[in-house]
Design a protein around this ligand. Structure first.
Ligand code: G3H
Ligand code: ZN
Length: 295
């Protein structure tokens, strides 16, 4: 069933388990995610990026997700990921998103606050949650490429001030995770110089001061041990995209290599969708979200 994000992300889950927010851009990915959630009886967030909406078409992609979500036997919430365009956010709210991310993290701090507040005021009047980002997450994500290092990590005191001034509902923090596969040599170098991938003391310090649910972006490259520690430290939502993509296209390549004669898209895509579903199930179990999806 399609639910408001507030039904599945709340203070009660913090420290116990977390909700996966999986990205989609097509029918196969959406079905793989929903099947994984149903199999594991888990609540999930399905999210779209600006690029995904451009790729598939807004009405087309939203139509697919809402149809799959409504039919699902588990709660599914629809969220817009990393969006810097207020007019697109308004459109998505009209289309039934229960949560949107205004990502103004590339702007100077006061401007990030100003734009986030404008979006919050619009969204809250319509019962919609808002996520924002404070600090900057390394790596490639849709329209953003963030290349420099530690100085972009979230400062706990600033995060608390930002949350209070903007009244956002969830907060994305930069604590060492990286968007996408770090193929960029500069990012690889930075990662090698950091002792731990996730800066747990920083995360704990943020959690102490910020009472709303925290979101960890770029969760694909993070080790299972770090994910478990981050849940304990208070992360309520983990954004996962790359690991699903890699699972999908690894299976796709293997299938085509093994059966070069197949040309029916259904035969080409079915094993890839299944591999994506398996990966989504693995992530659901890692976050301990399995069996938490009662209607
Ligand atoms: O917003 C989406 C993500 O943060 C996904 O990151 O591709 O590294 O899993 P990822
Ligand atoms: Zn992200």
């Amino acid at each position: 069933m399609l639910v408001h994000i507030g039904r599945i992300v709340n203070k009660k889950i913090i420290g116990k388990y977390a909700i996966p927010a999986f990205n989609t851009q097509d029918l196969e990915t959406t079905q793989g995610i929903v099947r994984a959630a149903e199999k594991q009886k888990a609540p999930v967030i399905i999210q779209t990026s600006v690029g995904a909406l451009e790729y598939a078409g807004i009405e087309e992609l939203v139509g697919i997700i809402k149809t799959e979500a409504r039919r699902a036997k588990v709660p599914v919430a629809l969220h817009q990921d990393h969006c810097h365009d207020f007019s697109l956010i308004k459109k998505l709210i009209n289309l039934g998103y229960s949560s949107v991310m205004i990502d103004a993290s590339h702007l100077p701090y006061r401007e990030n606050i100003r734009l986030t507040r404008t979006v919050v005021s619009y969204a809250h009047k319509r019962g919609v949650w808002v996520q924002a980002e404070i600090g900057r997450i390394l790596g490639n994500e849709d329209w953003q490429k963030v290349r420099s290092g530690k100085d972009l990590m979230t400062e706990p005191a600033q995060a608390a001030e930002f949350a209070a001034e903007t009244q956002v509902d969830t907060l994305a923090v930069a604590v060492g995770s990286v968007h996408g596969i770090p193929v960029n040599p500069k990012i690889k170098r930075i990662l090698r110089t950091l002792k731990e991938h996730i800066d747990l003391p920083r995360l704990k310090a943020i959690k102490k001061k910020v009472k709303i649910p925290l979101v960890l972006h770029g969760a694909s490259g993070v080790t299972d041990t770090e994910i478990k520690a981050a849940i304990k430290a208070g992360v309520a939502v983990f954004n996962i995209d790359t690991d699903l993509r890699v699972a999908f296209n690894t299976a796709l390549r293997q299938n085509l290599k093994k059966h070069p004669q197949i040309y029916d898209p259904r035969k080409i895509l079915t094993p890839a969708t299944l591999a994506l579903q398996m990966m989504a199930e693995k992530k659901i179990k890692l976050l301990k979200a399995n069996n938490k999806g009662r209607k």
